[in-house]
Design a protein around this ligand. Structure first.
Ligand SMILES: Nc1ncnc2c1ncn2[C@@H]1O[C@H](COP(=O)(O)OP(=O)(O)OP(=O)(O)O)[C@@H](O)[C@H]1O
Length: 336
């Protein structure tokens, strides 16, 4: 386990999106509390570490990212960053999925990348700012000559490089990456992931990396948290999570992940539908799709268990999922 100091701590964080109910919903006795997008999530990110967050669409990953970034307040729980001697929280930047909509088409690349430098007063004077823009463009694999151009003159991968340069321009200590390669072609995806990995190493950034694709997060993250219907169901050092997953959902995500080495593009879907997060199943939220679910899973929320490798999981069962696919309930359940 890393001995680095704690950088970010989430303590029993929840977020409910309230909504007004229609007449029919009241008749059906629908849950008035709204969508529980994030439910009682506790997590620690250490200094210099990349924490990956993975789960299917709708599991609450982006909501968690927005809570951590301060764009939204949690309904319950606390989010605390390590502060420096002056009591300041770390400078934070975000990189989003869609490099098309996140760049202003009327601004030149120079204006876009220079904006955080100006806002945070990181360089003084036009020449110094321009020199820094050139340096950043080079760092992300673009050319200083690109500074004069506009976003629409670039491909998706190049636009994501511009977004990365803009994020780095703010000299962040903490980076939130929300599906930064999901909108890109698979070959471009690999280039951007390589770039991000090099930057992480060279700039020793602490980051939260969000994706629905376990293959991607495996390349990027030191630790991985797996979310299902708003809950963190497993969390472990990356290699450990792949070597010995403890939660059936993690096993299914591993089986669903495309093989990045052979340029596989397809994420094989997981059987069964994700239930509506406004009405999560009783007991273990995953029981409706779990090939191992027993009676206790249908009635009682699973306890949180810790592993020898410094991970945690929430499952009533203690399954050996290291090899067998969870689609085939051949795994040995030691306890039920
Ligand atoms: N502003 C909102 N108002 C109401 N419900 C919302 C809002 N944003 C998200 N939700 C709901 O909260 C749940 C979690 O959404 P969230 O976007 O956090 O998940 P996600 O795992 O990031 O999925 P995706 O990858 O599709 O963005 C979903 O059921 C979603 O419909």
């Amino acid at each position: 386990m890393s001995s680095a100091p704690d950088f970010l701590i989430l303590n029993h964080v929840s977020k409910i999106y309230r909504r007004s109910q229609g007449f029919l919903e009241r008749l059906k006795k629908a849950d008035a509390s709204g969508t529980k997008a994030v439910s009682d999530v506790s997590l620690t990110v250490r200094h210099g570490e990349t924490m990956g967050l993975v789960g299917e669409s709708g599991c609450g990953k982006s909501t968690l990212a927005r809570l951590v970034s301060g764009l939204m307040e949690p309904t319950a729980g606390e989010i605390a960053f390590r502060r420096d001697a002056a009591g300041r929280t770390p400078r934070l930047q975000m990189i989003f999925q869609d490099p098309y909509s996140s760049l202003n088409g009327r601004w030149t690349i120079e204006d876009i990348v220079a904006e955080p430098i100006r806002v945070h007063r990181l360089r003084q004077g036009r020449a110094a700012i321009r020199a820094r823009v050139d340096e950043l463009l080079t760092q992300v694999g673009l050319s200083p000559a690109d500074a004069e151009k506009y976003p629409q003159e670039f491909s998706g991968g190049q636009r994501q490089r511009i977004c990365i340069a803009r994020a780095l321009a703010g000299e962040p200590e903490f980076l939130i990456l929300d599906e930064p390669t999901s909108a890109l072609d698979v070959s471009v995806q690999a280039q951007i992931l390589n770039l991000l990995r090099d930057l992480q190493k060279n700039l020793s950034l602490t980051s939260l990396f969000i994706t629905h694709n376990l293959s991607v997060v495996r390349i990027m993250a030191d630790r991985i948290g797996v979310m299902y219907l708003g809950e963190l169901v497993e969390e472990a050092p990356s290699e450990e999570l792949f070597r010995r997953p403890h939660h059936p959902y993690t096993r299914l995500l591993i089986d669903a992940a495309p093989d990045m080495d052979i340029g596989d593009r397809s994420l094989h879907p997981i059987a069964g539908e994700l239930p509506n997060p406004a009405f999560p199943p009783r007991g273990c939220r995953f029981h409706t799709r779990c090939p191992f679910a027993g009676d206790v899973c249908r009635t009682t929320a699973p306890p949180q268990k810790t592993t020898e490798a410094g991970g945690m999981f929430r499952c009533h069962l203690d399954l050996d999922l290291s090899n067998a696919s969870a689609n085939m309930p051949a795994s040995k359940a030691k306890t039920a």
